[in-house]
Structures are given as structure tokens and as C-alpha cells.
Design a protein around this ligand. Structure first.
Ligand SMILES: [Zn+2]
Length: 218
């Protein structure tokens, strides 16, 4: 299988949905041992026609896609589009613009921007997985960028808590144990209101995880 070298080649390469499914499986289960997300069983069959997986445990029979537990899971965009965006980030050392990606994929610039943002965030983990287990959520304020901000934006961003001249950053930490090291994700956010932070948590943390926060109202 030859690797694409241009954006046009990447679009053609990843247009093959079977190829994307196989690649997603290889990324998610690098040792080839697929486990059921519901019962953790390891007898898994492929539903080739629909590129789905099914648990063979007679009491479970859960059907799932290779996107399960990854940041691509809750997106209506096909893996064909996602992998082009991943390819762009991995291969464009000087960065790809959302306009360039939007044109290549036939999506809006806003969608392309969102894809690039989500992938850059997820690339901090090798399997594009969401955080799970016990996850700590916290906000902090970094730097003195507010001095350069437009006054209107500064008024919106800086909201007390000793944060004058600082940019808010939301951090998530998945607590590690003897089998898995801790993982950290940090995102610059517009403010630290609940309406901003809760979607960040939903995007990055698996359903069912325990999220710990400090006493800040958000
Ligand atoms: Zn199962």
C-alpha cells in the first residue's frame, strides 16, 4: 500500500471506506486484540458489509464501530474525511489551513477548523481515545496576553479569580496507575463558564468516567 504524498492523493487514498475501517482498527487495537466495549469479551466478529464489529458472547452480542471510545465516535463525518485531516496534520510541518482542508473535503471552513482542532487535541494520545477512569478537571490562567486583547474580549475573558492579564486554560488529567501513565490535555478556552467547560469535558472524557473538579461553581 503506497502512502499518499499530496493532499489530492490523500483524499483518494482515504476515500476507500474499507481501508479506513482497517486503519481505525489498527490504531485502536494495535496488537490486533479487539475487545468488546460493553462486556470486555475478546471474541469479536466482523460485519464486513457494514464495517462494524460484533461481540460473539451470547449474552452480549453488542455491535460497535471501530470509532467507539475515540474522539471520532460522536461525529457524523466519515472516517474518510477524518483521516485526510489527520494525514494533513501529520504531514504538513508548517501546518495546514482550515481553508485548504475545507476545499479538499468539500466541507465548510468552520467544520474543517473544528476537525483540525479536535485532532490536534486527540493526538496527545496514541489511539485518539477519550480520557477515562478518574479524570480531574481544572482551570488555570496563564501568561499576560490579555494586555494585547481587544477591550471587549478582555472584559468577556477576564472574570475575577485573580485573573487580570491572563488567558484561561482548561486542563484535564486522567489519573494513572501501575498499568497506564497519567495523561494530560490542556486547551485554551474563551472563559471558564460552565457552558464552555462542560462541552470540553464531554469531548475529551468517556461516558461513565468519574470527573473530579475543584469548588469553582462552573
Ligand atoms: Zn460484549
Amino acid at each position: 500500500m503506497s502512502e499518499p504524498t499530496t493532499l489530492v492523493e490523500a483524499v483518494t487514498h482515504f476515500a476507500d471506506a474499507d481501508r479506513c475501517h482497517a486503519l481505525m482498527c489498527a490504531i485502536k487495537w494495535p496488537d490486533g486484540k479487539i475487545t468488546c466495549p460493553k462486556c470486555a469479551g475478546d471474541k469479536i466478529g466482523q460485519i464486513k458489509s457494514r464495517r462494524m464489529l460484533q461481540c460473539k458472547s451470547p449474552t452480549c452480542r453488542k455491535q460497535f464501530s471501530a470509532k467507539v471510545g475515540t474522539v471520532f465516535e460522536d461525529s457524523p463525518l466519515p472516517l474518510s474525511s477524518w483521516f485526510v485531516a489527520v494525514w494533513c496534520i501529520a504531514n504538513n510541518k508548517n501546518g495546514i489551513s482550515s481553508y485548504e482542508l475545507a476545499r479538499a473535503l468539500g466541507v465548510t471552513q468552520k467544520t474543517a477548523w473544528f476537525m483540525l482542532h479536535r485532532i490536534r487535541l486527540a493526538m496527545t494520545t496514541p489511539t485518539f481515545g477519550k480520557l477515562s477512569g478518574v479524570v480531574e478537571s481544572d482551570e488555570t490562567f496563564v501568561g499576560g496576553k490579555a494586555a494585547n486583547m481587544h477591550a471587549k474580549r478582555r472584559a468577556k475573558v477576564i472574570t475575577g479569580r485573580g485573573t487580570v492579564n491572563k488567558v484561561p486554560v482548561h486542563g484535564l488529567l486522567q489519573r494513572g496507575d501501575k498499568d497506564e501513565p497519567s495523561q494530560v490535555r490542556a486547551t485554551v478556552v474563551t472563559d471558564t463558564e460552565a457552558a464552555t467547560l462542560i462541552p470540553q469535558i464531554a469531548l475529551n472524557v468517556e461516558k461513565g468516567a468519574t470527573v473530579c473538579t475543584d469548588s469553582h461553581a462552573s
